[in-house]
Design a protein around this ligand. Sequence first.
Ligand code: TRP
Ligand code: SF4
Length: 329
Amino acid sequence: MTRKRILSGMQPSGKLHLGNYFGALKNWVSLQDEFECYFFIADWHALSSLYEDPHRIKEYSFEVAVDWLSAGLDPGKSTMFVQSEIPEHAELHLILSMVVPVPWLERNPTYKEKRDEIKNVDMSSYGFLGYPVLQTADIVLYRADYVPVGIDQAPHLELSREIVRRFNKLYKKKVFIEPGAKISDIPKLSGVDGRKMSKTYNNAIFLSDSENEISKKVQSMLTDPARARREDAGDPDVCNLYPFHKIYSPKAMQDEINSACRTAKIGCGDCKKMLSQTMLEGMRPMMEKRQEILTRPDEVKEILREGTLKAHAVAKSTLEQAKQAMKLK
Ligand code: TRP
Ligand code: SF4
């Protein structure tokens, strides 16, 4: 029996943080055992926002690969590769761009949202409008059955399915398969300032942070704002820290904090100390793995090279079939 195939990508727009880990990467790691997995570094996608300083993309790609391996992506189980090493992504993107009506892209809710939300770069490019078309090429080249995505990416995947149907109908052949979304529930994690954890907000805890940096960040975390003084009772349900306890601390500790916070029996300082400890303990295996990986950086590049080689063969064969269906070959 052949396993179903999973494909997903991440933009190398910086080192990965706990939001990326719990939002995607952790899920990828567990999918490896059940599915045939392809994971790629979406460096061409990263150009949509980094076109003003593209030189950073190479360095970020390496960092992301190290983050992946530290977190447990296993080259023995998954194929990891770099998008820009496989020109078929660009070629299929071009072909698909001829059959996708622009209004399909313009009505995409994430497009407008992101375009207006990102203030430091002009996101009105042609390439950014076509982002979901490139993303469709990424997916269908590997005939992925499922794509693990956050709920916010669900409209993109629906668009991919529409594009597949249009292509297959136009050229009367089931060249591509419609990818399904594999939506995982994601714990809501904020950054140290209470806003969504994000590199651009400067509020993130990175997978590559040192123990010292992590402890400092935990100490600086915004807690329940109603607890202005030590004697004030708090509410873990509105506190940014508590969701991290739910992830990292044993159940008994969570329960104890939950009641002791509400009666002001513990202060936020104590609570943060406890979190620092359990978080560091939880992150330690990843940190140790990273140290080990960084002693052999060439191996990281080799893993990507091998993955790219394998992925390239698949992409080539799919593109060939697409061109044959179109009688271009
Ligand atoms: N859009 C994804 C992100 O921003 C990256 C991505 C590019 C992707 N192509 C993909 C994800 C194909 C899944 C499948 O993180
Ligand atoms: Fe948050 Fe802990 Fe302070 Fe309660 S005691 S407000 S859970 S940091």
